[in-house]
Design a protein around this ligand. Structure first.
Ligand SMILES: [Cu+2]
Length: 292
């Protein structure tokens, strides 16, 4: 849109700056480019957006709410450090080569085709970098796999196109557990402040500072239960139980979506997890049990 047509951009410029100081076309274009790139780079490098749901023009991650989400973002930032160093080095080397070995500057090419020392250096250095990256990466991978003695189990079942949640820890009888479906709220029924395509009628309520086991499956086709702020993305496979763990560090409302193309309404089966204090959670459970 910034570069679409000069008249539209000029109109924007006129609307944006006060009358009396209408900038010339050149100044307006320059200012808008600066605004665009400054926003882009701040978003890119200060990459935690302070939110638990996607935001317009968001480039970075959502605010982490679990140790695993924190770990994923830290690993990303660590790897980005190496990536930037490598990028700068390779670009520098490429430009230097183009500059010094251009045929105008260097008409007679060198006859060297082999350099043992150099070859050892360029083999060993990357493998060291890979090892440095591998250590925190494996540590994170195995800690994600760990189920720490859970005090509560949530079962998530994907359907075309909604989620069913089961809290089976409280069942006194066979059919007495807390079970409910969670549908997206259609656009026409949204209330002020609710998020379009992300709000659901029944939220998952979970306590903070508690080790939770989440068991994920599907009833019809493949789905994927994914909540970015919690660092969870786990496939829901029919006939199979996938297991992951969650430890909420703070209260909040965390939004996610199905992340496996599962049919026509794949984009319309969002996930909302509400992290609450333990007391509030227990109240919620007892209310649910009374309702049954
Ligand atoms: Cu799905």
């Amino acid at each position: 849109m910034l570069f679409s047509s000069s008249s539209a951009v000029e109109q924007m410029a006129v609307n944006h700056w006060v009358v009396g100081s209408i900038p010339t076309w050149g100044v307006a274009k320059k200012k808008m480019c600066m605004l665009f790139f400054s926003t882009f780079f701040t978003q890119l490098f200060l990459s935690v957006a302070n939110c638990d749901a996607p935001q317009a023009w968001q480039f970075g991650f959502q605010n982490p709410a679990s140790p695993i989400a924190q770990g994923i973002q830290d690993l990303h930032n660590d790897i980005c450090f190496f990536m930037i160093v490598i990028l700068v080095f390779v670009v520098w080397m490429l430009l230097r080569t183009l500059w010094h070995f251009h045929w105008t500057k260097n008409p007679v090419p060198s006859k060297i085709i082999h350099g043992t020392f150099l070859e050892i250096v360029w083999t060993v250095t990357p493998s060291f970098i890979l090892m440095i990256i591998a250590i925190p990466s494996f540590a994170l991978l195995y800690s994600m796999d760990e189920i720490v003695d859970p005090s509560l189990t949530l079962k998530v079942i994907g359907h075309q196109w909604y989620w069913t949640y089961e809290y089976s820890d409280y069942s006194l009888t066979e059919e007495g557990s807390i079970v409910f479906d969670s549908y997206m709220i259609p656009e026409d029924d949204l209330e002020l402040g609710q998020l379009r395509l992300l709000e659901v009628d029944n939220r998952v309520v979970l306590p903070v500072n508690t080790h939770i086991r989440i068991i994920i499956t599907a009833a019809d086709v493949l789905h994927s239960w994914a909540v970015p702020a919690l660092g969870i993305k786990c496939d829901a496979v029919p006939g199979r139980l996938n297991q992951t763990s969650l430890f909420l560090k703070r209260e909040g409302v965390f939004y996610g979506q199905c992340s496996e193309i599962c049919g026509a309404n794949h984009g319309f089966m969002p996930i909302v997890v509400e992290g609450v204090q333990l007391n509030d959670y227990l109240n919620w459970v007892s209310n649910k049990l009374e309702d049954m």
